[in-house]
Design a protein around this ligand. Structure first.
Ligand code: SF4
Length: 100
């Protein structure tokens, strides 16, 4: 993880009329915690640390719903990993929706 990474909230691209990100518990977290590279190595441990943040987040439900609605493929959203969201939706190739 790098100390210079942009906060997670800056990587979210949500509709302008949606303000749930204003209450995101991850707003000041390092996004690399929520968006580990790959699914092996340190990635599972990173996702579990991110999940712990999510589980204390007041907007966990709209965050998960957003990720499911738009098919976010990477990262921890609404306390779910990419694999968990794929299992929930049955999607094999959901669309990307966040910016690097
Ligand atoms: S549920 Fe997790 S990813 Fe979603 S806004 Fe809250 S802390 Fe961030």
């Amino acid at each position: 993880m790098t100390a210079t990474a942009a906060p997670v909230a800056s990587r979210l691209r949500v509709p302008e009329d949606s303000d749930w990100t204003q209450a995101a518990a991850c707003a000041d977290e390092d996004p690399e915690l929520f968006f580990p590279v790959g699914e092996k190595g340190t990635a599972p441990a990173q996702l579990e640390l991110a999940r712990a943040v999510c589980l204390g987040c007041p907007v966990v439900e709209p965050c998960l719903q957003f990720a499911l609605d738009v098919g976010v493929t990477d990262g921890m959203w609404g306390a779910t990993s990419p694999r968990e969201r794929r299992a929930m939706t049955g999607r094999r190739n959901p669309r990307y929706y966040y910016e690097d």
